[in-house]
Ligand binder design. Structure first.
Ligand code: GDP
Ligand code: MG
Length: 222
């Protein structure tokens, strides 16, 4: 199930861990997620890859923000992502709080071939840590990993920064699809864990190894 509406007004529904939607049958947990990062780093491409499984070399620049939604199964339970794909240009920066306020999850994207975009991403993370929901799950995604043969050196700082700030770090490629679905699945899992009664702070955050399955004692989503 997915949908794409351009420039709809943001959903201002508050909540740290998403809410449930749908009557009657199985309820989907609803998670508002915001994509942030410099213009051209691949935010819209990550969204398109996740929602439609497609990649477009010549995608259009996002104006304002685009809204997309997709429901995935997380350990047998439906999770509906309400995705706000923001425009990266500086002139839209002041609009960003409308999208991240109350959101339980953010994906901050940079381009692994562009160090300026990494510095911009760290500024977004700092803004989120100061101003967004204290329980927010933040993914730092080094996108366009398909363009470098060995990302170890380019991403060394990013991994360290992610560790220090308890972010989930991922190297992604919207072009090949590498780790794109994984970051959304990890967000679903972390938010499900956060909602366990004994978890009272941001313990859900961590530098998660995306390729590996987590331990067998992991809680289910619903
Ligand atoms: N090689 C490669 N190109 C990408 C990737 N993601 C996005 N692009 C390209 O980068 C450009 C900007 O992408 P876009 O999604 O519009 O960036 P946004 O401004 O952050 O939304 C487009 O030409 C995309 O085709 C990727 O993972 N690999
Ligand atoms: Mg865009």
């Amino acid at each position: 199930m997915n949908d794409w509406n351009s420039s709809s007004p943001p959903n201002s529904r508050p909540g740290s861990g998403g809410s449930s939607v749908g009557g009657g049958g199985s309820k989907a947990k609803q998670i508002k997620l915001v994509l942030l990062g410099d213009s051209g780093v691949g935010k819209s491409s990550i969204a398109l890859r996740f929602v439609r499984g497609e990649f477009n070399e010549n995608g259009e620049t996002t104006i304002g923000a685009a809204y997309l939604t997709k429901t995935i199964n997380c350990q047998g339970c439906p999770i509906k992502f309400d995705i706000w794909d923001t425009a990266g240009q500086e002139r839209y920066h002041s609009l960003a709080p409308m999208y991240y306020r109350g959101a339980p999850a953010a994906v901050v994207v940079y381009d692994v071939t562009n160090v300026n975009s990494y510095h911009k991403a760290t500024r977004w993370v700092k803004e989120l840590l100061q101003q967004a929901n204290a329980m927010m799950v933040i993914v730092l995604a080094g996108n366009k990993a398909d363009m470098v043969s060995d990302t170890r050196s380019t991403n060394e700082d990013a991994r360290k920064f992610a560790n220090e700030n308890k972010l989930i770090f991922a190297e992604t490629s919207a072009k090949t699809g590498m780790h794109v679905d994984d970051i959304f699945a990890q967000i679903g899992n972390v938010i499900a864990r956060q909602q366990a009664p004994e978890v009272t702070d941001r313990q859900g955050r961590g530098n998660v190894k995306l390729a590996k399955k987590e331990g067998s004692k992991e809680r289910t989503c619903c």
